[in-house]
Design a protein around this ligand. Sequence first.
Ligand SMILES: [Zn+2]
Length: 102
Amino acid sequence: MADILDDRRKGLEEEYFHRQNQAAIEKLRDKMKVSQDAKDAGTSSMKCPRGDGNLKESKFEEVTIDTCDKCAGVWLDSGELEQLTRHDSGNWFGRMLSGSTE
Ligand SMILES: [Zn+2]
């Protein structure tokens, strides 16, 4: 019986974090747009849209992310955030995002 309640509680938590991720995705879309604008501008060597840092590609959970060596910002290409949040670490990722953007 306790298991049923526990399962229900976990379901609610997952829905909560799913919503958190959705909010984080909305916030990140603006940043992603800025990143895309920088690419459209023809900067083949990846520059941080926020400053003069250089973006380095690194792998996280089999997803390639771009990390700035100056401001430590993380930039995602289209679809990469969705890939990240689909992993088990999505909850961690959502928490990190919602904590750092408030
Ligand atoms: Zn930067």
